[in-house]
Ligand binder design. Structure first.
Ligand code: NAD
Length: 357
């Protein structure tokens, strides 16, 4: 059992975090506590209704709504939204949505230093990091700065209930990937490991219950708890082969973010399971399996996650090029990244085969 409880508030250095079903109703209170009076509400066009709900909730504290957050944080959109924030004299940003919306808030904060309040509606975990990924002319760049770290996070289980079941599963595996790679990060600490293991346990316990009943608020809250822990790990330690492969497949082959994480995770962990045997052993215990890679593969299958890159639209002919790109400027990884072994990994992930060490 994880240590999750339904309601709590905590402050980790520089970040105030509140959990609770309905906690979105505290946005005005949080703004008042920081002396803020005019929030620019950010969301996607798909979640425009949620943006409007927040505008109604904030009344005079809402400076406006920008409902055009876009996947991969294109610089042109960030500049347009920044101009809107300045024109409306917003004194803070309220991002309501998944990683794309949070990314837009961070991009505006990077340009203006405006404080950010984030209300996450997926498990991507971006709200818990000082990392900003942006794209311009088809190129994705990443920067890390305290300037982009959101100041307040409100985790409201009621808002994540609307996340469709398929996205719930892939988004959860996206979060779990941060924790799994955090276990062997070079700069890990006992605290990052505790957070990673607790985050993985929260998903193991709560995700099946969410799939049984997507409206179960306690289970939804527990998955958000997992997302916060896994996101905090991502913001604290370096990532390795798994994230490099996902960035390659997303950046160069336009594969969808969370689905790609879901497919690759068991394979990347299997690749590293001998080089980081002690660090990864708890994964086999938590999810039940002969090896950490098999344990994650089994969990993903039980959750009916996608397990093959070919089902995400990647042609088999792209695997050689993907191997080439993924071996250029590799991230540090516990096992050296060898082209031949990586090509085998990608072949297995492409066809949906079981992961091999
Ligand atoms: P997303 O934010 O792109 O959301 C996908 C779609 O789902 C959008 O249309 C969104 O409006 C919709 N949606 C979100 N929550 C919903 C809900 N509760 N109900 C109904 N619809 C909902 O997807 P994501 O996976 O959360 O984020 C992916 C992006 O985040 C990627 O660009 C990734 O690079 C980035 N990311 C960044 C970091 C970081 O630390 N910088 C960390 C993780 C992810």
């Amino acid at each position: 059992m994880s240590h999750f409880i339904d309601q709590f508030t905590t402050t980790i250095p520089g970040v105030r975090v509140r959990f609770g079903a309905g906690v979105r109703h505290k946005v005005a209170e949080e703004m008042a506590a920081m002396g803020l009076t005019r929030a620019l509400i950010l969301t996607t066009s798909q979640q425009a209704d949620t943006g409007a709900e927040f505008a109604a909730l904030l009344g005079a504290r809402a400076a406006g709504v920008y409902a055009n957050a876009t996947m991969h944080t294109p610089v042109a959109i960030s500049e347009e939204a920044t101009a809107r924030a300045l024109e409306l004299r917003a004194d803070c940003l309220l991002a309501v949505g998944g990683g794309s919306t949070t990314g837009l808030g961070k991009a505006i904060a990077w340009r203006t230093d405006l404080p950010q309040i984030v209300v996450p509606t997926t498990y991507a975990g971006s709200e818990a990091t000082g990392i900003l990924g942006q794209t311009e002319a088809g190129r994705k760049t990443t920067l890390t700065s305290p300037k982009v770290q959101p100041e307040v996070i409100l985790y409201d289980a009621e808002l994540v209930r609307s996340l469709p079941v398929g996205m719930t599963v892939t988004s959860a595996l996206n979060a779990m990937a941060h924790a799994a790679e955090g276990l062997y990060a070079q700069n890990r600490s006992p605290i990052s490991t505790l957070m990673a293991l607790e985050g993985l346990r929260a998903f193991r316990d709560a995700l099946p219950r969410v799939l049984d009943n997507p409206a179960d608020l306690h289970a939804r809250g527990e998955t958000l708890y997992g997302a916060w822990l896994c996101g905090t790990v991502l913001g604290t330690v370096g990532m390795a082969l798994h994230h490099k492969l996902c960035h390659t497949l997303g950046g160069s082959f336009d594969l969808p973010h969370a689905e790609t994480h879901s497919v690759i995770l068991p394979h990347a962990i299997a690749y590293n399971e001998q080089a980081a045997a002690a660090e990864l052993a708890p994964i086999a215990e938590i999810f039940g399996g002969a090896t950490p890679g098999q344990a994650l593969h089994g969990f993903a299958r039980r959750m009916q996650a996608p397990t093959a890159l070919r089902d995400l639209g990647l042609p088999e002919s792209a695997l050689d090029r993907a191997t080439e790109i993924a071996t250029q400027n590799p991230y540090w990884n516990p096992r050296p990244v060898q082209a031949e072994a990586l090509r085998r990994l990608l072949q297995n992930a492409w066809s949906g085969a079981a992961p091999a060490a």
